[in-house]
Structures are given as C-alpha cells and as structure tokens.
Design a protein around this ligand. Structure first.
Ligand code: KMH
Ligand code: ZN
Length: 278
C-alpha cells in the first residue's frame, strides 16, 4: 500500500443498520422513501457508497428478497451511489437467508470475516459460511467489502484470498468496524495492528468506530490514509448527549474532517473505478 494518502476520500454511509429501533430514534431511515431521500442527501453531501439494511412495514430488520431487490433498484434509479447490501443482517438472521441477499444483485455486499461476540449476542460467521458467501460473490460478480470486527478477521482474509483468489473485479476493499462490545477496541493502536495484519492484496480500506469511538477511529483512519464509513448504523449522537439529526449530518462531518487533511470527497465515478464496480 502507498504511504501517500490518496487525495480523495471515499465516504460510505451506513444509514440504518439492524440494531436501532424506529420508536427509539424516529429520524432513522426505515422506509424505502426515507432511505431514498437519505441516499440522495448523503450523495449530495459527499458520500459515494451506501451500506444498506432494510426494514419491514413494522420498521423491523428483514432480509425479504422482494424488498431488497426493490431497494437496490430504487437507489440505482435515484442516485449514482454504489449500493452495498448487508449480508450481516441482524444477529437473528439465519445464514441461508444471508446468502440469498446476493439474489438482489447489489453492486457490492458486506462480508464479515469471522464470528464476533456482539454485545450480549453473537454475530455468527463460521468459516464455511464465509467461504460460501465469498465464492457466491465471485460467481455472481458482486464486489465484496470485507468487514473486520477483530484482528483475527484481518488474518482470516489472508487465508481466504490464498484459498479462493481475488474478489470479482480484482480489488480488495476492507472496512474495520471497531468498538463493538466483543470486537476489537476503537483505538488508533488497534487500527495500526489491524493494518499490519492485512494481506498484501488489499487495495483500499475504510474504518468506522461504533458509538463514542466514532471520532477517535475516524481521526486514526485519516492519519493512516484510510477511507471513512459513517452513519446512524454506527453512531446516534453527534456530540456528547446530542442526537444525530440525519445521516447527511454525519457525512458532512466526514467531509469536514477530510478537508482538514486535504482530502476531498471521492466522487461516485472515482469510487466505482477504485473498487472496479461498473
Ligand atoms: N448487524 C450486525 C449484526 C454487516 O452489515 O455486514 C452485522 C452488520 C454487519 O451490520
Ligand atoms: Zn451493517
């Protein structure tokens, strides 16, 4: 990897997630209409990729294939954002349903590299599932983003690429998801250790810190020349005790942080070229 930080900053927005309830956070985009509006606002503010979890009519997380397909189509129609569907879903989703997400034909899919304790729950990603999902992404020509919740998962990526070769498109993009209770801490030290563990094939990476680790992780990632993921999936306060108003507000802050280190937001066309997504 180059020691010179790239000029442009890829900002991924993760607007919804599967953990926060609509009742507890009415500004969380949970309907298709809200998600599309959020996507447009975030694109206009500087995001180039969107990491999507969908909700049902009761605002509950779902992997309903019809809804996932309609969401991919609606986001493609109304924005130029790279549409990445979560294959992580919620901790309650069965592995079979998580594999089926690829049937919705997103540009990209998240692919978590191992099982993680997730608060009081377990986010299951057994090795055979990781291998099956990866091979399916290669077959379906969908570009994976490797989600790393722990250091061992960075090392597992070495093993995956050794076994099955490069992802579709030939680029290897990872995202460190830090500060989950049960995963690696959201610290600069952990990020540096994670970077040292990545396989040489990695071509780009981003990081996000959950909750109060958001800013320390963002600053560490920028210091190391990485890209950023932001959004209400990962954080619900903009400062101590102050709720986030919108996902665009978090994208706006990421743009401002990037500008401090002379990195402008990456356009959607540049992001497509970076990740080799047509
Ligand atoms: N909701 C978490 C259990 C992903 O999107 O791939 C898993 C998650 C990761 O959010
Ligand atoms: Zn997610």
């Amino acid at each position: 990897m180059s020691v010179v930080p790239p000029e442009a900053l890829l900002i991924t927005v993760a607007p919804t997630g599967a953990e926060t309830s609509k009742a507890g956070c009415p500004q969380l985009p949970t309907t298709l209409e809200e998600l599309v509006q959020t996507a447009k606002d975030c694109e206009a503010t500087g995001a180039a990729m969107i990491h999507v979890h969908v909700r049902d009519a009761d605002h509950k997380p779902t992997l309903d294939l019809g809804l996932l397909t309609a969401t991919v189509e609606a986001l493609h129609e109304s924005t130029d954002l790279i549409v990445q569907l979560s294959t992580g879903g919620s901790v309650h989703d069965p592995l079979e349903a998580r594999l089926k997400v690829l049937d919705a034909q997103p540009d990209s899919c998240s692919l978590t590299m191992g099982t993680t304790n997730f608060g009081d729950d377990v986010f299951l990603n057994p090795w055979p599932f990781v291998c099956e999902l990866y091979q399916l992404s290669q077959e379906r020509q969908i570009v994976p983003e490797f989600e790393l919740f722990d250091l061992g998962q960075a090392h597992a990526l070495v093993r995956l690429i050794d076994k099955f070769g490069l992802p579709f498109g030939g680029r290897v993009h990872c995202d460190f998801v830090m500060g989950v209770p049960g995963g690696m801490p959201g610290t600069a030290d952990a990020l540096v250790a994670g970077l040292a563990t990545l396989p040489s094939e990695v071509t780009s990476w981003s990081a996000t810190g959950i909750g109060r680790t958001t800013l320390p992780v963002a600053l560490a990632a920028l210091s190391k020349g990485g890209h950023l993921r932001v959004g209400m999936e990962d954080v619900l306060t903009i400062s101590r005790g102050v709720p986030v108003e919108s996902n665009a507000q978090l994208v706006e802050r990421a743009v401002a942080l990037g500008e401090m280190v002379q990195r402008r937001p990456m356009s959607t066309a540049e992001a497509r070229s970076l990740l080799q997504i047509g």
